[in-house]
Design a protein around this ligand. Structure first.
Ligand code: SF4
Ligand code: SF4
Ligand code: FES
Length: 234
């Protein structure tokens, strides 16, 4: 199987190149990450990539494969057409080969305060929820912050310093939707100015690429409606 991999080391190269490698899936393993690790272990030790869990949980091996952002560890080789074009996640600063700088994503993630802000007094027992209250945040809670969505979003490419991007906005929604959180109003108000939330133009690339099957655009749409209804964004 032919893999064509984007290679660029800013310390050594003037220009990026696409380097081709031939691997035998029977020797490498069933997933794209297996193939990349095979390349690194047996063909070219200089290939740089990130990975950790190998099972779609840590979110560290997002990359662009045949034009679509995916997690390499849960992408079966058998489903890919050849030559398999493998590039780093678009729209993020490149560090080397398939490794990008996640800081633009993390900066927006930190800015939405992705932690529960419950009553100040410590609860005597767990803060209970009804099944319906739990269901309201369940999908967003499954987000692994891999960044595949924000990296596929034209609005985020355009203004990562102004538009928070779908990954951070889904994290915001995770706590806006949480019945135990007491900061719903301030959280929404923090998203109201400028393009923080309203930079989304509903292109839906985020929902199309999410490897966990989540829909940041729907969460963004709900928060927009709430803000418009409350008159906080005009
Ligand atoms: S919404 Fe999906 S694509 Fe976006 S960061 Fe979360 S898991 Fe990744
Ligand atoms: S729906 Fe909004 S957040 Fe999702 S890709 Fe489109 S512009 Fe970006
Ligand atoms: S290696 Fe963790 S999500 Fe792929």
């Amino acid at each position: 199987m032919k893999l064509r991999i984007f290679r660029f080391d800013p310390d050594r190269n003037d220009e990026p190149v696409e380097q081709e490698y031939e691997i035998d899936p029977a020797l490498a393993g069933p997933m794209l990450l297996d193939a990349l690790l095979y390349v690194r272990e047996h063909l070219d030790a200089s290939l740089a990539l990130r990975r950790s869990c190998r099972e779609g949980v840590c979110g560290s091996d997002g990359m662009n494969v045949n034009g679509v952002n995916v997690l390499a560890c849960i992408t079966p080789l058998a489903e890919l057409s050849e030559p398999v074009m493998i590039r780093p996640l678009p729209g993020l600063p490149l560090i080397r080969d398939l490794v990008v700088d996640m800081e633009p994503l993390l900066r927006n993630y930190r800015a939405v305060h992705p932690w529960l802000e419950a009553d100040v007094a410590p609860a005597e027992r767990e803060r209970l929820q009804t099944p319906a209250q739990r269901t309201a945040l369940q999908a967003a809670d499954e987000c692994i912050q891999c960044g595949c969505c924000s990296s596929a979003c034209p609005s985020f490419w355009w203004r990562p310093d102004e538009f928070a991007g779908p990954a951070a906005l889904l994290a915001a929604w995770r706590f806006v939707a949480d019945s135990r959180d007491v900061q719903t109003g301030p959280r929404l108000a923090g998203l109201a100015p400028g393009r923080r939330l309203f930079g989304c133009h509903g292109v839906m690339n985020c929902a199309a690429v999410c490897p966990k099957g989540l829909n940041p655009a729907a969460a963004i749409g709900t928060m927009k409606r709430w803000l418009l209804k409350s008159g906080q964004h005009r």
